[in-house]
Design a protein around this ligand. Structure first.
Ligand code: PLP
Ligand code: TYF
Length: 397
């Protein structure tokens, strides 16, 4: 049966971690995978999660099945975090939010549902994008192309190219957009540019699928949802995938959701019923623990306050590491990389070539992706100087 099964290539990002783990050098640094690390270089357990966990343990509950569309208090929280607590779209019953296995699961539920609705649609992702976008929508049965996004020569966004590609798209094309903290480049559109994208999406009748995997990592929780809220205020339909992997540090618990904006409450009820079939035929119903943790934190004003201040701390720490990397690069003779301080989110497209990235890895044990992406959220006071001098060596040497 399996004699013709081919060896699949490793995940381009998670494969970097495997190489890092096999490296014996003590100075090695893993800037490959997008996982936040604290000032001591460890993945933190957030204090708000720890307290919520203690509370849940003090009052242990039986583990029955959750409803197919998820824990109701959790999905209501997600809807408010994304669309705003006072959004009329929520009171009008236009938003369907279904619990999913991480942000990836949210994307997949949305993709499988969209495939039922319009099998012939094309999906457009940014060039470049998170690699899993292409793989996931392809596996869901879509033909996936890209729109221009990053211009290596200009070291920034090719906005004219992006607008031209979106304008040329057929009506009904599904457009995957990074709502904030673009992965992998670290370059986001400004608000005027987003408004122009929205004009094109509306005029060309495109279907936006906003990926909100880093809410709270750019400016703040509400600001980072601005794109979703602005699109939602003008469009009949849109999709948004949420993830609490990064902003709650709940990577392994697989806590996410997909929200679908509908034209009215009746349409929302029909869409919900179809999304429930997608859930049922994939995993029947979602897991309890992670959603319970998020709902516990968000339901308690004190825990919520702890969460937002911890999130602010993480965002600020990343920003200070960007500034520190830029200044240490300048001191080491690479002043032209000041853009790392301007980019946002967990990642930075370093501008280094594949060869330079391989040299960083082989000669210095500094691991980024082949394409030149580094996770700045893994920098700290103890490794930033070493990373800067290593980069300077491969750039100048
Ligand atoms: N979308 C983007 C752009 C991401 O970078 C990630 C990162 O993991 C995800 C989705 C998936 O998030 P999750 O781990 O919650 O599935
Ligand atoms: O881009 C990243 O590093 C994160 C984590 O298949 C990730 O989004 C990477 C690869 C993958 C799943 C998650």
């Amino acid at each position: 049966l399996f004699s013709t099964v081919e060896q699949a290539p490793p995940d381009p990002i998670l494969g970097v971690t495997e190489k890092y783990l096999a490296d014996k050098r003590p100075a090695k640094v893993n800037l490959g995978v997008g996982v936040y690390q604290d000032a001591s270089g460890r993945l933190p357990l957030m204090r708000c999660v720890e307290i919520a966990e203690q509370r849940l343990a003090e009052d242990p509950k039986p583990r029955g099945y959750l409803p197919i569309d998820g824990l109701a208090s959790y999905t209501a929280d997600v809807r408010e975090l994304v669309f705003g607590a006072d959004s009329p779209l929520i009171s009008q019953g236009r938003v369907v939010t279904v619990q999913a296995l991480g942000g990836t699961g949210g994307l997949k539920l949305g993709a499988d549902f969209l495939r039922q609705v319009d099998a012939a649609a094309t999906v457009l992702i940014s060039d470049p994008s998170w690699e899993n976008h292409r793989a996931l929508f392809t596996r869901a049965g879509f033909s996936v192309s890209s729109y221009r996004y990053y211009d290596p020569a200009r070291r920034g966004i090719d906005f004219d190219g992006m607008l031209a590609d979106l304008t040329a798209a057929q009506p009904g094309t599904i457009v995957v957009l990074h709502a904030c903290c673009h992965n992998p480049t670290g370059y986001d559109l400004n608000r005027e540019q987003w408004a122009q994208v929205l004009d094109v999406v509306e005029a060309r009748n495109l279907v936006p699928f906003l990926d909100l995997a880093y809410q709270g990592f750019s400016v703040g929780l509400a600001d980072d949802a601005w794109v979703v809220r602005t699109f939602a205020s003008r469009l009949g339909n849109l999709f948004c995938a949420s993830s609490f992997s990064k902003n709650f540090g709940l990577y392994g618990e697989r806590v996410g959701a997909v929200s679908v904006l509908c034209r009215d409450a009746d349409e929302a009820a029909r869409v919900r019923s179809q999304l429930k079939i997608v859930v049922r035929t994939n995993f029947s119903n979602p897991p309890t623990h992670g959603a319970q943790l998020v709902a516990t934190v968000l339901a308690d004003p004190t825990l919520r306050e702890i969460w937002t201040s911890e999130l602010t701390g993480m965002r600020e720490r990343i920003k200070s590491m960007r500034t520190s990397l830029a200044s240490q690069l300048a001191q080491a003779g690479v002043p032209e990389m000041g853009y790392v301080a301007e980019q946002v989110g967990m990642f930075s497209y370093s501008g280094l070539t594949r060869d330079q990235m391989l040299r960083l890895r082989e000669e210095f044990g500094v691991y980024g992706t082949d394409a030149g992406r580094i996770c700045v959220a893994a920098l700290n006071e103890n490794n930033v100087g070493y990373v800067a001098s290593s980069i300077a060596s491969v750039v100048r040497g």
